[in-house]
Design a protein around this ligand. Structure first.
Ligand SMILES: Cc1ncc(C[n+]2csc(CCOP(=O)(O)OP(=O)(O)O)c2C)c(N)n1
Ligand SMILES: [Mg+2]
Length: 627
């Protein structure tokens, strides 16, 4: 189709998409960022001749290309990149058809749940259907237009399938809108049938013009603000719960100003930790099931909880058992009305920074009581002793426990080092113990808690923050789930550091299993014994040798002293380096201060489950509906 009075450029759909993406920018607070900073890809027949050819034609400057090993991992890398860049810049991921495309599902869910933008470009079956079924095609006997890519619909914030070239124009614009919308963002999927990718079309020149997407900071509604201020002024024991929205909005300074002026203490979720520096007198650390004693004590007695950019996950609310003050009320500052309404909260729908600034103005002259300040400061001091005890190693020549590993890391990192983790027993230990020194330091993916996020995310973070030491912390189970992107770090020359903690299986789920009557069934990495169970000797796998074989430098640390030295060496190195350590399983982490609801068998023959169910029933009695 030609466009009268418009100049046009004849390109394939794939070429047009790459050209379009190379000209998109985001802007917030007057600063411009390239929106799609690069494209990850693994090629197969679904994208090699379409997007692959288009990337080659565009060249590295127009669209940098990164080669991944696993499609899910490429999404993790893009997510890590986007989070480090404050959601103002992200990466695209191109895949083939079928298994390449469905490998995206886990990454897409992770991105969407964590509200982090990524652009997914899976190949799809021919739109014209010349010879069904093609290789890797699922033929649905009833719904002929279903493709395996439809599995991406529920995990995407926006999904489209480009079955005609001209569809790309509205669809690509809408995709950019969602990626840069602070309330809607997440995984954005444009499924690209392989014949359409290669088809030529006369594109209007304007489609390729630079386009800047303003990332808005909506201010609060006046009535909601007045009500929120009134509620906070009336509260005697207010507690701020800082969530990931504080970081996404870069609202840390605004939060600090509010807290400095009012004395209201801050508890943080996994996504929000680091909203205040750990040594700020009002920073009480993590809240909820993996929270600190001082936070959870305050949460139990708070009369007003001020949620800032939080989704109130079950870990935060201790499965709705944490906020026990009979009169407790919630004020929720959130950019999505969906989250602001949670726990029957008073809503303050706004950007976190705008909202906090408005609250500071409205609260001028207000300060919580001296007694309240003294109470939480004393609690903070007591918790600091818990941290020190967990980090301290009395014998430098002993095998470290896991919390001593964190203590050693704490002693070598600088203010800007980034520590990445997502699953296992580390998230709980880190939430309770880590001393976050800067807003981006504590990089915990705990929306999806996806084993295997850490290594690829480390690559994305390192790409976003060259020169910053990056630490991917992984357990042995997590390492085995997805070590493949080590090769990518080596290929890209990215000095990501790995701290690999060997404890021969799933310590976290083993503990959970024991608590819930499962007797650690199936959670240790051991040989099958004569009776058929996995209770034989530990598996003799050498994960350090594995990391070395993929191209990393490897340092094996057997003692606390060797560990500290190895961490310092890794930090100074300009090569990707793995610090491997076997840990002493003796528990040195503080126990849970609040409950987490994991249902236990209501009937069973084994005593462990019966005892666990009794405990469970006692806890469920504490559940509350906040109305
Ligand atoms: C992809 C994925 N599968 C399963 C789980 C459930 N899960 C959470 S932690 C964990 C074990 C992690 O083991 P490891 O990395 O060795 O850490 P450890 O528990 O020993 O600290 C499992 C299986 C998960 N979070 N992600
Ligand atoms: Mg383990």
């Amino acid at each position: 189709m030609s466009h009268p009075n418009q100049s046009v450029r004849r390109l394939t759909v794939a070429q047009a998409l790459v050209q379009f993406l190379s000209a998109q920018y985001s802007e917030r607070d007057g600063v411009r960022h390239r929106l799609i900073a690069g494209t990850w890809g693994i090629f197969g027949h679904g994208n090699v001749a379409g997007i692959g050819q288009a990337l080659l034609e565009a060249g590295e400057e127009a669209m940098p290309f990164h080669q991944g090993r696993n499609e899910q991992a490429m999404v993790h890398a893009a997510v890590g990149y986007a989070r480090q860049r404050g959601r103002l810049s992200t990466q695209a991921v191109t895949t083939s058809i079928g298994p390449g495309a469905t490998n995206l599902v886990t990454g897409a869910a992770l991105a969407t749940i964590n509200r982090l933008p990524v652009l997914l470009l899976p190949g799809d079956y021919f739109a014209a259907r010349p010879a069904d079924p093609l290789l890797q095609q699922l033929e649905h006997p009833v719904e002929a237009d279903v493709s395996v890519n439809d599995t991406l619909r529920p995990v995407s914030r926006c999904f489209d399938r480009i079955t005609r070239p001209e569809m790309l124009i509205p669809s690509a614009l809408n995709a950019m809108r969602v990626l840069t919308d602070p309330a809607e963002t997440g995984a954005v999927t444009l499924a690209l049938p392989q014949d359409v990718q290669a088809e030529a079309y006369d594109w209007p020149e304007e489609f390729f013009a630079e386009r800047v997407w303003h990332v808005r900071r909506p201010a609060p509604d006046r009535t909601e603000l007045t009500e929120a201020v009134r509620a906070i002024r009336a509260a005697e024991r207010p507690l701020i719960v800082a969530g990931g929205g504080v970081h996404h909005s870069e609202a840390e300074e605004a939060l600090k100003s509010l807290v400095d002026a009012t004395g209201i203490p801050v508890a943080s979720t996994q996504a929000g930790k680091g909203s205040l520096r750990h040594d700020h007198p009002a920073d009480l650390g993590g809240i909820g099931h993996t929270g600190t004693a001082v936070c959870d004590d305050l949460a139990r007695t708070a009369d007003l909880v001020i949620g800032v950019g939080t989704r109130y996950s079950d870990f935060t609310t201790a499965s709705r058992t944490l906020f026990q003050n009979p009169g407790v009320r919630f004020v929720n500052l959130n950019i999505t009305a969906f989250d602001a309404h949670k726990l029957a909260g008073r809503t303050l729908v706004a950007d976190a920074r705008s909202g906090l600034e408005a609250l500071s103005e409205g609260l001028a002259g207000h300060h919580v009581s001296d007694a309240y300040v003294a109470e939480y400061r004393a609690g903070k001091e007591r918790w600091e002793e818990v941290v020190q005890a967990a980090f301290r190693a009395d014998d430098d020549n002993a095998v470290p426990t896991q919390t001593q590993v964190l203590g050693a890391l704490d002693s070598v990192v600088g203010d800007d080092d980034v520590v990445i983790n997502a699953a296992g027993s580390l998230p709980g230990d880190l939430h309770k113990l880590w001393r976050a020194r800067s807003p981006r330091q504590y990089h915990l993916e705990y929306g999806y808690s996806c084993m295997g996020y850490e290594i690829p995310a480390g690559i994305g973070v390192q790409q976003a923050a060259p020169g910053t030491p990056v630490w991917s912390l992984v357990g042995d189970g997590t390492y085995l789930m997805m070590p493949t992107e080590i090769v990518t770090a080596v290929q890209e020359g990215l000095p990501v550091n790995l701290v690999l903690i060997q404890n021969h299986g799933y310590a976290s789920i083993g503990g959970l299993s024991e608590e819930t009557g499962g007797e650690r069934f199936g959670t240790a990495y051991r040989h099958r014994a004569a009776d058929g169970t996995f209770t034989g000797t530990p598996l003799r796998v050498d994960l350090a040798a594995n990391a070395g074989s993929l191209g990393m430098d490897v340092l094996r640390a057997k003692t606390v002293r060797e560990l500290r030295d190895a961490l310092a060496t890794a930090r100074a190195s300009d090569r990707p380096t793995c610090v491997y350590v076997e840990t002493d399983p003796a528990p040195t982490a503080p126990g849970a201060e609040a409950w987490w609801d994991v249902p236990v068998a209501e009937v069973a023959s084994r005593p462990a489950a019966l005892a666990a169910r009794e405990r469970y029933d006692r806890h469920t009695a504490d559940r509350r509906h906040h109305l």
